[in-house]
Design a protein around this ligand. Structure first.
Ligand SMILES: [Zn+2]
Length: 251
């Protein structure tokens, strides 16, 4: 059985050898490492260079990360390294962010930076990994208008009508370890066909039910939770989601 961790912030993890060793032992066949700002994008490229053919990079500016970032330098870095990338990400909107909640200019700025990156993905015919916390409807609308053909709505936990719209548009959602405990995320996974779901860890995100941070080896945690939700065999869920991931990221 093999799985693909399609969204991990390896740049936030220290011990490369242990992390990768654990992932391999758990059956993780490949990893998509995502960036979020200049520093983490730079480190993401380093991780991919250290594990060619195993760690595949995606670069992007995360909607809650650009305040401390030089956006134009980050965008240049993304463009300069785009040929190495299997996707643009993590990008998107986050209207639950403290600053975005109170300030509409911040929300507007998020949309501007997100749109620019959707255009980069479209221009280079790359898929994109989209964060849409509290903003799923706008995240989808802008993706339709400016984005590439293939969009993954990472950790989807929004309204079910937006979900059915995005599925109609041919897009995907990803499952995280929160498939074990988050009501909204579980509802989305129940309502999407397996053919449109990929799995990931969003490492090192804190798994609140397990009281520890995730690492790529925990892709099997996501797999187990998804298989249970779908009342399906784990091997079958691994097979379908891995096929989806390989098709999306061309790995
Ligand atoms: Zn993430």
């Amino acid at each position: 059985m093999s799985v693909v961790d399609t969204h991990a912030h390896l740049s936030d993890l220290e011990d490369k050898e242990t992390i990768i060793g654990n992932a391999r032992r758990a059956g993780v066949a490949a990893l998509v490492a995502v960036g979020a700002n200049y520093t983490t994008n730079f480190r993401t490229i380093e991780w991919a260079r250290a594990y060619p053919g195993y760690v595949f990079p995606a670069l992007g500016i995360h909607p809650t990360e650009f305040a401390d970032d030089d956006v134009s330098t980050s965008l240049s870095f993304i463009r300069e390294n785009i040929e190495k990338c299997v996707a643009v990400g993590e990008i998107g909107l986050d209207y639950w962010d403290r600053e975005a909640r109170k300030n509409k200019d911040v929300r507007e700025q998020q949309r501007r930076i997100y749109t620019k990156q959707l255009a980069i993905a479209r221009e280079h015919d790359l898929p994109t990994s989209v964060h849409g916390r509290g903003s799923w409807r706008d995240a989808l609308k802008l993706a339709v208008e400016h984005g590439p053909e293939t969009v993954v709505f990472h950790w989807y936990s929004g309204p079910l009508d937006v979900l059915s719209e995005l599925l109609d548009g041919g897009y995907y959602i990803s499952a995280t370890p929160a498939a074990e405990y988050s009501r909204d995320h579980r509802a989305a996974l129940e309502n999407a066909p397996l053919e449109r779901i990929i799995i990931e860890t969003d490492s090192p995100v804190y798994m609140r039910n397990r009281r520890r941070n995730s690492e790529p080896a925990d892709t099997v945690v996501t797999l187990g939770a998804l298989a249970k939700l779908k009342d399906a065999d784990e091997n079958e869920v691994a097979r379908v989601t891995t096929e989806n991931a390989k098709k999306i990221f061309r790995i």
